[in-house]
Design a protein around this ligand. Sequence first.
Ligand code: ZN
Ligand code: ZN
Length: 414
Amino acid sequence: MNKFQEELKKFAKLAIRTGVNLQKGQGLFVAAPIESAPLAHLVAEEAYKAGAKDVHVEWTDDTTSLLLFQHAPLESLKQVPEWKFYARNALVKDNYAVLNIYGPNPDLLEHIDGARVAAYTKAAGKALVPFREHLMKSKTQWSIIAYPTGAWSKKVFPDKSAEEAQKQLMKEILRISRVTGHEDPIAAWREHNKKLKIAKDFLNRQKFRQLIYRAAGTDLTITLPEGHIWCGGAEPSESGVMFNANIPTEEVFTLPHKDGVDGTVAGTKPYHFNGQIIDGFSLTFKNGEVVDFKAEKGEEALKHLLDSDPGARRLGEVALVPHRSPVSKSGLVFYNTLFDENASCHLAVGKAYPTCLENGGDMDETQLERAGVNNSIVHEDIMVGSAELDIDGVKADGTRQAVFRGGAWAFSFE
Ligand code: ZN
Ligand code: ZN
């Protein structure tokens, strides 16, 4: 086995042991682009080694997706039949863990009419509500890892040959995912999870009522609901199995009060939404709702995103990531949220993670709504961090404390 094969195997093992932390006798669902077969096969092998009862792989393919968007009648984009997602919605109830191998072509739908993309996204979002609810309430373990598909690799490294680009992106993914350079990646993640825990424990002790963001083009106040919990790194599933939902992850995050966001925030990285790129954008909020927005590129796509449903105009996540993370160290724009969001403080429009609120996992929709937890069929991370970003926390007694200065934690965790 050559060195690359060895590292890929370590990566697959990391996904199974640290990512989903698959338990003996549990089933595993894998969504994987057909190009990622070499990794998906290793993942399946590692899953059976961990005692999986079954590994169900659903292969995805950009070309057939593109053909659907190009040629299917608008009516069928608007009405996704229930059976299409039946397996996903059913298997999570059967306690299958879920692993997503992720490497979409950021430009796939560049030339598709935004209304067609929006119609399908909305219909698919609705059809997938049970699946998504299950994951967002951590009822089963789930994780996302990346694979450098050809088109994505060329987007990140446009000057390299297809083969070189893919090799280089794989190298970056393995480095950033703490595989390369670690004898035992699983142990490296144990250490990393410890550090994230120190950060979130600190924030949880502060019980900030508000966060105030200041940077070029940004002046934003975010109210945090009572009982909010800062999450990050390994989190327990409903049955208490620790898992890492994202590999890589560098963030600690919580939920904003859905009615408590005011001011303007500027995006700091191009943002990739459903095969379309949104860049140079800003959002203005009043009482939690986006009341104004603009984008130099992809304004129509941004409009479609915000019009997905009423919750798409409100925030569901506030995440803190130091500007100098291993992802930022690469200096690359990945055009892939899994990476770009871990190089930058970000906010998400759309659905909030109920687990970021005390007892939120047990609340029904009305209770969550009353507690200020946003609901939507979308959850889209937008990057707002930079080396200039300052964040203050405001405590219940009105005192202010520096949380971020110049894009870095304003205090030491040592
Ligand atoms: Zn996040
Ligand atoms: Zn998010």
